[in-house]
Ligand binder design. Sequence first.
Ligand code: LLP
Length: 430
Amino acid sequence: MTHSVPPIAQSNTLMIGDFSARTLIQRFGSPLYVMDEALIRSKMRLYKTAFSHPDFKTTITYAGKAFLTKAMVQITHQEGLSLDVVSLGELMTALSVNFPAERLVLHGNNKSIEELQAAIDANVGLLVLDNPDEFQRLIRLKPQHRIPVLLRVNPGIEAHTHDYIKTATPDSKFGMSLGDPATFDFLRELADHPLIDLQGLHCHIGSQIQSIDAYLETVNVLLDTLLSLSKEGLNLHTLNLGGGFGARYVDSDPILDLPQLLNQLAEAIFAGCRQRQLTLKRVILEPGRSIVAEAGTTLYTVGSIKTTITGKTYVMVDGSMADHLRTALYQAKYTALAAEKLDEPHDQLVTIAGKACESGDILIHQAKLPRLVEGDLIAVKSTGAYHYSMASNYNRLLKPAVVLVNGSTARVIVKRETIEDLLRNDEVIA
Ligand code: LLP
């Protein structure tokens, strides 16, 4: 479904592309995830341009876990990025719209036989092994061709981010620690195996990282590792540094100068290689959040408004933690706007709550909004990453539609769930 008659912009109204929030809700229903296509594409282009170097090939691999739908795969393909998939579902989403398999990277810390077989059959460009058990599972499948592999290692770097989204500390469940001699034994075993084409190392140090320091530290640790491996004749030529670059959710979040950061990173890799007399053929980055977060807005309609006897005001909306989990899970902070009262002072301190049966079902703990009434629209900004992809049917709530807006065009890229969708897989017992 495509709509293309833009309404006239008004200064008090939030516009996404040429569409007012109200028009989007009237046409597509509430609540609604809205993604700005132009912003997604410009972020992808920025990565491709800023992270390049004459001395090694650079690849930008979009991390699909942040937001993946068929349309998103198509955009990734059109922009010439590679794609990181982490499950059979993500892999099949990519293949269903003919994403070139050689640009797919399969991740996961416990890949199933089914996932490994699908990756072999599709001939994916890279498989990132996480542990020896997974390797045994892969080999038992007797692939008919050599599998291009990276090993996910854990450099023990402390990135300053939320505990749940840190991934490379020594006790992480992901990858193999560089402090463990068994990791090096495993690398040798992989390098010697006739069915494995071991190309290099992967690591991902965390998410929502706001400065370059942890990346620079990681580069040093990984290059030192490559150097010590090369001294024993094991030459690896590919590094995948994962994703993790931060996005802006609230005014107090720093503005990351991404082009400058990416440039600095590429130069640090180059300098680090030269210093150690190492040659790298390829460096891969896997950004997810930073490509889609700020392109997303969730629109909600205000329902009940309640002030407790303690004086706390709840503005309750027609969505919930089922479509907006990050506040409950990570104490993440967001910015809300009254989508049709932009010109009114946002000076009332309220809590935006959802409709789920759970006290922790809060979207924003301390939102500043104008005085609101039932039927008003609220826009929650920067919800493009890890929102739709982490949505659930808790309380048997239906997942909102996702609409892709580009200028005067608005297209549904994921239909709103229906009660039929919800009941489809249930079986009765009598
Ligand atoms: N590569 C690998 C191997 C990853 O595990 C991840 C994220 C990425 C790339 C992309 O990271 P990004 O650029 O999006 O930070 N649900 C959490 C984030 C979990 C990230 C998991 N891995 C959240 O909502 O904050």
